[in-house]
Design a protein. Structure first.
Length: 402
């Protein structure tokens, strides 16, 4: 069977799928953390601990849930959006691989299924396991799930949203209780009309156009939610989001704030996207997407593996006098893709803070190490070891907290 690669979705679509789905969580998550910590007398500075447990390269599973959860005992619907984003905060890159929701897989205890059924059977945890196995990844670090239809209920809480409706939309589904009647042009939509806007699917490009509309809606909702007049409503909005499960994630607010900064730093042309290649196949009357495993392995290697630019050699020295500090940091850097040249003690143990010495000006990943370890001092010096010198020397200070 000859397999064809599906057309790539426009880069800005996946960019907003990755970033805008997180936008609402970023805004309310950060605000919620600060508000709750302040109310409870906690240390607000904890909200700004190093993101992603000190890792500068992470993979995030992005899921969009449909409206079928009410019909299932598990409480989960099907996932109509499945993507894995590789986020490199040090090199400021975003790469995303979209998994077609009809992709055929074997789910333990459930046999042959479409991959979007994994969410119905076991929520984000099972979906993460299945996607990780499908793509041959050693790990997916985090997930974020959103129920777009549920989020439309937040629209009324923030006073509606302004959306430029791109065309006249009219559709009636009495059985499904869906009545859509929207006119082209800029409209201020309440929750009911916003739901019609994101559910309308009668377009030439089908789900691709619907996905674009959903992202436009999410951008509008995020902007409206963070308007000054809605700040006082944030705790109530957050409670609604949490209690109804409109958004679920295992990321911390500091992780989300890092993604927010990254969204402003990464140009659209730098966001690389791909969809798993393959071909449709009908089996026992059911249409599946059968992936091309060889080409998929190539795409995963190019898009989701640790960036090769980070393979700088690093010398880690202990400047604290606390036994084992160099080994702990070396293991952390190695996990993030760096090559450890050596570990040892610094010339003295009076380093109050971390210091990075760059011996090779072309070495990649310096900013990544600085962010990961909280280093503020970065300087360039010729190496004393000649040709065998490491690219980077890191001296650990007393302020480092494993």
């Amino acid at each position: 069977m000859q397999r064809t690669r599906p057309a790539k979705r426009p880069k800005h679509v996946l960019r907003w799928v990755i970033i805008c789905l997180l936008g609402i969580v970023i805004g309310v998550g950060g605000a919620y953390t600060v508000l709750m910590m302040k109310a409870s007398g906690g240390d607000i500075r904890r909200a700004f601990d190093p993101p992603f447990r000190g890792k500068s390269f992470v993979r995030i599973l992005v899921l969009g849930e449909d409206n079928t959860s009410r019909n299932r005992a598990s409480g989960h619907g099907l996932s109509d959006t499945i993507m894995v984003a590789a986020i490199d905060t040090g090199n400021k890159t975003v790469r995303a691989v979209s998994v077609p929701r009809d992709t055929m897989i074997e789910i333990p205890s459930h046999g042959t299924q479409k991959i979007n059924a994994s969410f119905a059977f076991g929520g984000p945890e099972l979906t993460q396991q299945m996607v990780q196995s499908l793509l041959g990844l050693d790990s997916i670090d985090y997930y974020v799930k959103t129920d777009i239809e549920g989020l439309t209920k937040i629209v009324d809480m923030v006073g509606g949203v302004g959306v430029d409706v791109e065309k006249n939309m009219h559709y009636v589904d009495r059985h499904g209780g869906l009545y859509i009647d929207l006119k082209k042009g800029y409209r201020h939509l309440d929750g009911k009309k916003a739901l019609g806007y994101v559910r309308f699917r009668h377009d030439k490009l089908g789900d691709i156009t619907r996905t674009q509309r959903q992202q436009k809606f999410l951008r509008a909702l995020a902007r409206q939610m963070l308007m000054p007049q809605n700040w006082a409503k944030l705790p109530r909005i957050i409670n609604e989001i949490k209690s109804k499960g409109y958004i679920e994630t295992n990321m911390q607010p500091r992780d989300l704030l890092t993604l927010a900064r990254l969204a402003g730093d990464v140009p659209a042309e730098e966001v690389q996207t791909q969809t798993l290649p393959g071909a449709p196949e009908r089996i026992r009357g059911i249409s599946y997407w059968q992936i091309d495993h060889e080409k998929t392995a190539e795409i995963v290697g190019d898009m989701l593996d640790y960036p090769t630019a980070k393979a700088a050699t690093v010398e880690v020295l202990n400047g604290t006098g606390i036994a084992g500090r160099a080994k702990i940091v070396a293991d952390k850097l190695e996990t993030s893709g760096f090559k450890i040249a050596s570990t040892g003690n610094a010339p003295s143990f009076d380093y109050d803070s971390c210091s990075i010495i760059v011996h090779n000006p072309k070495a990649a990943g310096v900013d990544s190490i600085a962010e990961m370890l909280g280093c503020r001092e970065v300087k360039t010096e010729p190496a004393a070891h000649g040709a065998s010198a490491p690219d980077i020397t890191v001296i650990i200070g007393r302020d480092y907290q494993p």
